[in-house]
Design a protein around this ligand. Sequence first.
Ligand code: GDP
Length: 288
Amino acid sequence: MTIQWFPGHMTRARRQIQEKLKLIDVVIELIDARLPLSSRNPMIDEILQGKPRLIIMNKADLADPAVTRQWQDYFKEQGHAAFPVDASTGTGVKEIPGQLKLLLKEKIDKQIAKGMKPRAIRALIVGIPNVGKSTLINRLAGRSIAATGDRPGVTKGQQWIKVGSEIELLDTPGILWPKFEDQNVGYKLAVTGAIKEEILNAEDIAFFAVKYLVSYYWDAFRERFELEEDTPHNPDESDEIVAIMEAIGRKRGCLVSGGRVDLEKASRTLLRELRAGKMGRFSMESPY
Ligand code: GDP
């Protein structure tokens, strides 16, 4: 479900997260590994008010692993621990509790030095819609807890989920708005499925995707859609990009009467395949 974010929703979402911050020791900030900047909330530092934070780059199974490693270095340089995860299969998820403990080690050691018995670490997952918050909560819990779907206005009773013996996780994640003031960011989010096609036009999103992918992933793209090696694919030539979209439409049987390509249907098909990882792994932004 897509949320239409209005200023009132943003204020409410922010207030809800800040209420939850009072209850927890550490935040798990979930971002999309394919677009680590565009899938972050633009006010995240301000909202988290200095709470210790672990960055999890989710959907790493769909992202370009070399680029994901660059992002990991980038976040490290910024003073944040960041790890790739695939919450849908669980790859990388079992590292999370250890990383949370590491982040809070100093605090825990101080408590022990004072003779206190450290209590469980309390954590909250935050992130934009569709980034995989519910999937990760269910993974960490080892059972189905979080209902997928986003309703920033709806609150239900909060409960703690035990993750091993030393971590407790709030069962409702904090939902934040994406960084959509920049049109390119909107398109990137749409290509990956974080923003639904009803908001941006499918043909425009597909055009944006093809332009990007023929620049950075031409071989994988060409192979997936069975295009000739010498197919013109200059990203700055709109005609060439549209011709590629039409060729894909023909291959996928997206035609209207008279044999013309149904570009909208072709665009939806193309996007569906990209989002499902059918072309292989790709990232849509890199840090350097
Ligand atoms: P939420 O809105 O942040 O709670 O996101 P959901 O947990 O509902 O996930 C949104 C979609 O992304 C669902 O279709 C999930 O199956 C899918 N998803 C979540 N995590 C991953 C992942 O690591 N890899 C892949 N490929 N898909 C994922």
